[in-house]
Design a protein around this ligand. Structure first.
Ligand SMILES: C[S@@+](CC[C@H](N)C(=O)[O-])C[C@H]1O[C@@H](n2cnc3c(N)ncnc32)[C@H](O)[C@@H]1O
Length: 388
């Protein structure tokens, strides 16, 4: 079965994002900006794609073994004997039953390895916003009846699963951000190194492109977006330069305008890196979707079910970390100063964090900024150790 959820997506609304009227960020607060915050796009390679066919772009799955082991709740996967680690060699399969979700199918690297460890009666539901990713997922579903495909945001997790008659699952994983095929295909507009329309939507079938948004946004809102989602300290100056452009038809032109406006280039990093990241995160409502997805993991995971999330920049990683802290320790920032903190439920076991090995980062530089955070959904346990 392949379901297509056609709920209209609200275009991101600038007014829902906290604004930053004073953009003069202090040196102290800047030092808290983690190095990995813009890695998604700094890993852009200068090479041109060999083949312009959108399906020909490949994606090297990051933290592949680690994430699949995490979502299955095992320390490691059985050693693969054949040359193809994703083969469905039953001898090397855990043959796990149950219902699993890969919320970010991409090109299916994680999904295929996961399928190799699932029994014939298991189900794998895959989500993606991207129509090209969905075409690849549908091809996989046509040859493997365990796969069901949802073309929608993972922020619709509970509703989409409910539409399939599913209320709880055994494992849930997400590999956040954009895929290499999305960056490498200049026509998608994510790249400042390949020319294309200024689009940047993951779901090209709905919503507003960055070009359409730039036509109407005011300087202040644009500056706030560049600052908040790109941690770009020169956001006001860059926003003014962008708004002075006659049109927004070319990513290379937009990147050039940002480059000229940027007063402080860093060696080895294109000056448009942070601005492009910010516009992409904003137009796809990436952080809002992650928050929604995390909250929905609580009701959707069975007790004993596994959550595994890979992130590539600090804005996302911080959210995942804080979510797991709140729901494993019962630590709510809003309780900190209360004389009588309420009893808080604990929904998850102590979370774990795993980064890529040296071997992986030398083979795949994009993995350098990745973190995998994981935790097991537990029976609800109310904190009793807080004395009123
Ligand atoms: C890093 S790639 C995943 C790669 C995949 N794990 C693989 O091995 O091929 C991220 C994918 O998530 C999708 N995506 C990002 N945000 C999404 C969201 N809110 N809902 C659904 N898909 C999303 C992107 O379109 C992209 O295809």
């Amino acid at each position: 079965m392949s379901i297509s959820n056609s709920k209209p997506k609200k275009p991101p609304n600038a007014s829902t994002h906290p604004s930053n009227p004073d953009n003069s960020m202090s040196a102290a607060s800047l030092s808290s900006v983690e190095d990995n915050s813009t890695q998604n796009l700094t890993q852009e390679s200068a090479k041109e794609p060999a083949n312009p066919d959108e399906l020909s772009f490949v994606h090297d799955a990051v933290l592949l073994q680690e994430a699949v082991a995490a979502v299955l709740g095992v320390k490691a996967l059985p050693k693969q004997t054949g040359s193809d680690e994703q083969s469905s060699d039953r001898q090397n399969s855990l043959n796990m039953s149950g219902i699993y979700v890969d919320a970010t199918f991409g090109r299916g690297g994680h999904s295929r390895l996961l399928l190799s460890q699932l029994a014939d009666d298991a189900t794998l539901i895959v989500f993606d916003k991207d129509p090209t990713a969905i075409r690849v997922a549908q091809e996989l579903a046509s040859t493997d009846s365990r796969v069901q495909v949802v073309h929608d945001s993972f922020a619709t997790l509970t509703d989409s699963l409910a539409a399939m008659g599913i209320t709880q699952v055994d494992g849930l994983m997400a590999d956040l951000g954009i895929s290499s095929p999305q960056i490498d295909d200049g026509s998608r507009g994510f790249s400042f190194m390949r020319d294309g329309a200024v689009d940047m939507r993951m779901d090209t079938s709905r919503g507003q492109s960055v070009a359409e948004w730039l036509e109407t946004v005011d300087d202040d809102t644009l500056a706030n977006v560049l600052y908040e989602f790109g941690e770009e300290r020169h956001s006001r100056r860059i926003a003014r330069a962008i708004k002075q452009m006659d049109s927004y038809k070319s990513t290379l032109e937009l990147a050039e305008v940002i480059k000229v406006a940027h007063p402080n280039w860093q060696r080895g990093k294109h000056p448009a890196t942070q601005s492009f990241q910010a516009m992409r995160i904003f137009i796809n409502n990436e952080l809002g979707d992650v928050d929604n997805f995390l909250e929905q993991s609580i009701p959707i995971l069975k007790s004993g079910g596994q959550l595994a999330v890979i992130s590539f920049h600090s804005l996302e990683d911080r959210r995942i970390k804080q979510f797991l802290q709140r729901h494993s320790k019962g630590q709510y920032p809003e309780d900190e100063n209360l004389p009588m903190p309420p009893k808080r439920p604990r929904y998850f076991s102590k979370p774990k964090r795993v980064g890529p090995s040296k071997a992986e980062t030398s083979h795949n530089p994009r993995a350098r900024s990745a973190w995998l955070r994981m935790a097991t959904r537990t029976d609800v346990d109310y904190l009793t150790d807080i004395e009123p």
